[in-house]
Design a protein around this ligand. Sequence first.
Ligand code: XMP
Length: 508
Amino acid sequence: MQKIIILDFGSQTTQLIGRRVRELNTFCEILPYNKYPEDDKDVIGVILSGSPLSVYADDAFHVDLSHIRGRLPILGICYGAQLISYNYGGRVESAGTREYGRQHLQYIDATCPLFRGFDEHSQVWMSHGDSITRLPEGARRIASTETVENAAYFIPDAQPVYGTQFHPEVFHTLQGTLLLKNFVVDICGSRQEWSAEKFVETTVHELREQIGSDRVILGLSGGVDSSVVAVLLNHAIGDQLTCIFVDHGMLRKNEFRDVMRDYEGLGLNVIGVDASDKFLSDLSGVKEPEQKRKIIGRDFVEVFNAEAQKITDAKWLAQGTIYPDRIESLNITGKVIKSHHNVGGLPKDMHLKLCEPIRWLFKDEVRRVGRSLGMPEHLITRHPFPGPGLAVRILGDITREKIHILQEADDIYIRNLREAGLYDQIWQAGAILLSEVRSVGVMGDERTYENPIALRAVTSSDAMTADFAHIPYEVLAKISNEIINKVKGVNRVCYDISSKPPSTIEWE
Ligand code: XMP
């Protein structure tokens, strides 16, 4: 399949370039800047991302483009454009101050294919400390702004090279998607054949080839990613797949029962394991969040492995890893931003091979694939839920009674969000039991001294950043009333109005 390679020099917006290219129904891979593939027969063009670094910095990322230039069209964005200049006889200098924000193009070469269809003073987004003060050899300026003379350039070659100082991938570059379309479709010649249906067709075919008649184990969590993997594998290899769904006792109200029913309805071969006694007894008295996570992680691996060992002829372990998880772990700066929560640990002595069929997909693409596989909508649109479940939403130690209180409050909350038509507009919502806090209330003629419930709901596109959801007061009032009236042990409800960063989505 045709693909665009995006070489990542560490910019915050590299992932966005990938998303935009995918939105043009074109497959792309984001690779660390120095990992251009040896076999590039399907590659139709290369995009060089931005970077927080200067091309002159001691630790700058440099790369030899000679094996790409002239063979494939290239688009350098910000640092990418500066790097091409630096490599091919141009000059890059510090602009003195960092230029950040909206600008309007003053000059634009309307004959240039990159700007086909562009408006004269189109708004672009700049974010750079260095500027290109001399264009690379043979280059022609194709755009300027009031303060940036070389806002874009073009080098004619056997295959064209373009550079833009601004960022076409960000929303504030109003015609950025058009620019990327001009590059990807017109200049690189994408046939725009990437779609959820196409993905299912090729992946099912590849899975059959890869797995043959082997047996595969998959850990299901009830979330959309592992569920989509299960259905894909089921299409490809049918009952060679065995799924394991562990109930650690800290799922939402009725979730284990409902999700098992959904899975069975999808024709999956699922073993449901109720291990709540083990988890809750190991967690007894433990208050510290990281320790809770460690115990749950360890117990999960133990329970899962014990079940997996029973499938003696298994050769593969399938996982619902998706692209943003991988980009984070492939981060070229070498810093771990978020450790992978969901990956428990492989049953080592079973020597399983890893199968990750949705490793190239973004979350919204996973959902589209789920729809094209005919999965029920409520499974596809289900909010993300943390692996340790309600354990990270009960502050302090965990007891069955606290779990019960939180499940009831959470159930009222989520049902009301659905009834108000808000559930699908929200990335993730959940209730938190502040069991370490008690406050005074009055119910009838009686004084109460009980725990508060906090409600959390955020909007986000990838959980890396998030804003609190602006739920109407009337809906919040109804939820608060219902929780306080119906859930024994709760006499106060608060709404969390923090964004991420600096807060996180979960409270622990
Ligand atoms: P935070 O709280 O870090 O959460 O803003 C970001 C996203 O990750 C989920 N999350 C977890 N998922 N195990 C998981 O499987 C965990 O320990 C965990 N902690 C947070 C969280 O629900 C949100 O979607």
